[in-house]
Write a protein that binds this ligand. Sequence first.
Ligand SMILES: [Zn+2]
Length: 445
Amino acid sequence: MRMFLIVLICKIIYYASRFVGKQGVTLAGLIALKMDHQILQKLSIQVKKKIIVVCGTNGKTTTNNLIALALQGANNKVIYNQTGSNMLNGIVACFILNTNFLGKLDADYACLEIDEASLRRIMPQCKANILVLTNLFRDQLDRYGEIDITMDLLNEGLKYAPECKLIVNADDVLSMYFARESGHPYLTYGIEKPVQDSKNDEMKEGQFCHYCNHKLVYNFYHYSQLGDYYCPNCHDKRQHIDVNGENIIFKDHCEVTVNNIRLITNYKGFYNIYNILASCATLINENISLEAFKKVLVNFRPENGRLEEFNINGTKVTLNLAKNPAGFNQNIQLCINDTKPKDVLIVINDNAQDGIDVSWLWDVDFEEFSKDNVDKFYTSGTRYKDMQLRLKYVDITSEAIGNYQEAISKAILNSRNKNLYILVNYTALYPSHVYLNKLQNEKVK
Ligand SMILES: [Zn+2]
């Protein structure tokens, strides 16, 4: 009876919130936890096969969605937090919204992207069988501190799941140090050989050997600190790659061969190759054929502002999340890869979830935009002036408009090239997505 009430109330809250244009997931989860502290445990133990958790600085949502869809494609029942509500309340809501009114969950797998700092609050009640770690880049400083702190947070969470297997990016020296020291079994994925045009000396983390503190040498970089590294002093080097990506194409769409299977998607950007490889490694670990994944990828349509495309009054609008330097640099490369003339709007907020310190903007290589064919720049969000100043330092003139709706409407109305990129950080993503959907449906007045 109690479970019936909790499920009923949460579903009502969720759908009522959606009706008034709010996400509603976190509120539903919060109320459920208030009504029953053990709710997550009661529901998560009902998962029949495995709980798969995705952590890491960038690529969590896409990787988690890809894994979930691929498992579904292989005839499994899967629940997943597809909107990216990845803290405790969001995870609780994900379970409850998929439960029937008797409190019964019918799921073979739960695929959960989880915020690194929330893992230790979730794992005691919801023990992961597999942890997929996408990468470890520098993120919002005031939330996570240095990368060492992120690793400590992950370790704290993993303590509750001693059997958990890790799936890690062999090209990321930081993820590999974490996996090797964790004592957990792990499977690696990566790209063994250099990819044409992938070299880029952007921002690098962990340039020093974890074992002897000597500076690492790279045979090549894929991007950021991802690449083929070794230590000339103690001879530590990139570990064996279990799931390797070959013959890669990433500019206007992605193609990669894994275990002799050619995987193709309209999704673009080098970082998505890694999201695909992380998904492949997870599927291979579950003995699931990549043929099923191949079909999923062909039909994969990005949503929730991950390279989501809109058509508004004939203008192609591409919305993408850019919440830290590594992610932003990849976004700039994406813009450059689109050789058509375009306008760019950058929306930066400084709410708690974004990190109130926006100094990371100074670690982004905005000067790379000089290689791009951008007609007009706009800045918006609560820190629109900081963003405008940042661009000014690399000789980019922009129009600053504080209100994001006004900025979006103006950028679309004045777009001569009918090609607009909107790059937003975390809390600007959902409202921008909602507003663009609204415009797409009713057109800009
Ligand atoms: Zn060394």
